[in-house]
Design a protein around this ligand. Structure first.
Ligand SMILES: [Zn+2]
Length: 116
């Protein structure tokens, strides 16, 4: 019943959009809204920032890789993840920032209270 989406033929923006990710503004801050897998109706706000991120989130689902994605490993659980071209650019800027998968990001979010 699941509709298969071919991310390889999409741009990164199109792929994110198909995953339910939306660019939004919350409390005057620009960011993206990421739906939480397995929790319909719940989503996570990730603030867009030019500052150094605490972690770079990458998808561990092979079908999520967009054109130009590179395979790497989650620095927390070690699973294979795909980093998109824009994320690769971020990684070049901040090579010491850990790359983590979505599952580990959820763990981190639950452990630490949101800042601000
Ligand atoms: Zn992980």
């Amino acid at each position: 019943m699941k509709k298969q989406v071919n991310f390889k033929k999409m741009t990164e923006g199109q792929a994110l959009y198909s995953l339910g990710v939306r660019a939004i503004e919350k409390n005057g801050k620009k960011g993206i809204n990421l739906p939480i897998p397995g929790k319909p109706g719940e989503s996570l706000f990730i603030e867009a920032s030019d500052e150094k991120p605490g972690a770079i989130v990458a998808s561990d689902r092979k079908q999520d890789r967009v054109k130009g994605s590179k395979k790497t490993r989650c620095s927390d659980c070690g699973c294979a993840v795909w980093i998109s071209p824009s994320t690769q650019g971020m990684l070049k800027r901040y090579p010491d920032v850990p790359v983590i998968c979505i599952a580990c990001m959820m763990k981190w979010e639950q452990k630490s209270p949101p800042a601000g």
